[in-house]
Design a protein around this ligand. Structure first.
Ligand code: UD1
Ligand code: CA
Length: 464
């Protein structure tokens, strides 16, 4: 097996995005375009992955390193950008002669690893293999010119093409595979005497043919796989196609999507059986949905694990970030709930509307049904946490922990000033501000006593 080395061209400016962000960092399904390419190259089993960067080089390099921790990625700068051939030339010093080089573009995010594996196969360690495509409109692409015998003899860029060549419908996708040793020689012979005064990578075809090396062109029947992204409109179009495919894959696994056109997965989701997802759900990062989970309309779920049979009701926002969020089996969350990083909710927990939970454990059967904040809290089982109550976990400098033991009943509108411990089975009277530990099984009330003044006369307005 010949080693595969991948070169990703990502130095171009991407003027048509009209953005200050480098083009290849614009996200498709939540991942930078170029990260899709990096993952595909890894899937292909690439020995080296070399990224040719230029515009926004530092940002692109940093983003790729961050997205692929502990992995070996190489970066070469191309400054100025003198064309695709010039781009690949920059990478060649990093690549050994014994491999096959696969050239990809950072702005062609949906290329599949098995298509590339086939391309490598047709290169056979000694030929030049091109991935071609026959789009409905070939405008702008390099045309694949074949001789009378059907052998590929050149790629001619649109701007250099004769009218006859412009009429050719087979175009170059921008993706090729070539033996490194041969490619090195062909690149050394490139010149920029063309309409754009650029070093065209596509000119290697000419040099291969001149050397008697056979050129294989394999047309792909999947246009989206080779689609390059140059504008926000193209990005949005490809996003929908990608989302549709993900939705179909999930439905094949038995997931019930109420409307696959209104579903967005920006990461990875693992679903048990009988999962139902209502419209406009956004799933990000890594999400696990257990058997029988239902996700209501307009929920955003990111980096979380939802236990079997749990219901996430409409408009709920769950964001686990790095710490994750865990929701136990049979829990009922929302509508309008917010679960933040480090929330760990046990079985049958209920979280109602406008309740925020952060970095807290809530034991099985505990409930916070309305308008509340639970932060940095260790809560036992079967706690009832009243409407409007909050843990005051932050003293302006440090965060403190609240402990609420099993079966505590916190009334409405309480302020629980941490650090503090509420003993098991205790009851906290509504409206209390709790600053000291409370005993188990007792009623604790900490608020002004109610008084009534009989026959109270309200002030009246003075008449002059
Ligand atoms: C290229 C091909 C064309 C093909 C098309 C497919 C050449 C000369 N032409 O044209 O035959 O049909 O792709 O999309 O290769 N880049 C650099 N450095 C540079 C120039 C480009 O890194 O100096 C990068 C760009 O950022 C981009 C990729 O290379 O990711 C392709 O460049 P682009 O300018 O889009 O090539 P096309 O003109 O589309
Ligand atoms: Ca392009």
């Amino acid at each position: 097996m010949t080693a595969i080395d991948v070169v990703v061209m990502a130095a171009g400016k991407g003027t048509r995005m009209k953005s200050s962000m480098p083009k290849v960092l614009h996200p498709l399904a939540g991942r930078a375009m170029v990260q899709h390419v990096a993952l595909t190259a890894a899937q292909l089993g690439a020995r080296h992955r070399v990224f040719v960067i230029g515009h926004g080089a530092e940002q692109v390099e940093q983003a790729l390193k961050q997205a692929n921790p502990g992995q070996e990625l190489s970066f070469v700068r191309q400054e100025p950008q003198l064309g695709t051939g010039h781009a690949v030339m920059q990478a060649m010093p990093l690549l050994p002669d014994d491999g096959v080089v696969v050239v990809l573009s950072g702005d062609v995010p949906l290329i599949r690893a098995d298509t590339l594996a086939q391309l490598v196969q047709s290169c056979a360690g000694r030929q030049l293999a091109l991935l071609t495509v026959v789009p409905p409109d070939p405008a702008g692409y390099g045309r694949v010119v074949r001789d009378a015998g059907g052998q590929v003899c050149a790629i001619v860029e649109q701007k250099d093409a004769t009218p006859e060549q412009s009429a050719i419908t087979e175009v170059y996708s921008g993706i090729m595979a070539a033996p490194a040793a041969l490619l090195r020689g062909w690149l050394a012979r490139l010149d920029n005497s063309n309409a754009q005064t650029e070093y065209y990578l596509t000119d290697v075809v000419k040099h291969a043919v001149a050397e008697g090396v056979s050129v294989q062109a394999t047309p792909s029947d999947d246009l989206t796989e080779v689609a390059g992204l140059n504008s926000p409109a193209q990005l949005a179009e490809l996003e929908r196609i990608y989302q549709r495919r993900q939705a179909e894959r999930l439905m094949e696994q038995g997931v019930r999507l109420i409307d696959p056109a209104r579903f967005d997965l920006r990461g990875e989701v693992q679903c048990g059986s009988d999962v139902q997802i209502d419209i406009n759900a956004i799933i990000e990062g890594r999400v696990v949905l257990g058997d029988g989970v239902s996700i209501g309309a307009h929920c955003v779920l990111s980096n979380c694990e939802i236990g079997a049979g749990a219901q996430i009701l409409p408009y709920t926002h769950i964001d686990g970030e790095a710490l994750g969020v865990r929701v136990g089996p049979g829990a009922r969350i929302g509508p309008y709930a917010r679960l933040r990083p480090g929330s760990d909710l046990g079985a049958e927990v209920h979280i109602g509307n406008f309740v925020e939970v952060k970095n807290s454990r809530m034991g099985a059967g505990s409930k916070a049904n309305h308008l509340a904040y639970v932060g940095d809290t260790e809560m036992g089982r079967n706690v009832n946490y009243g409407a409007g109550s909050i843990t005051a976990n932050y003293d302006g400098a440090n965060k403190h922990t609240t402990v609420i033991e099993d079966r505590v009943h916190v009334g409405s509108n309480c302020v629980i000033v941490a650090p503090v411990r509420l003993g098991a089975g205790g009851t906290i009277g509504g409206g209390s501000t709790i600053t000291k530990d409370t005993p188990a099984e007792a009623l604790t009330v900490a608020r002004g006593k109610q008084i009534s003044v009989a026959n109270w006369k309200r002030p009246t307005k003075k008449t002059s």
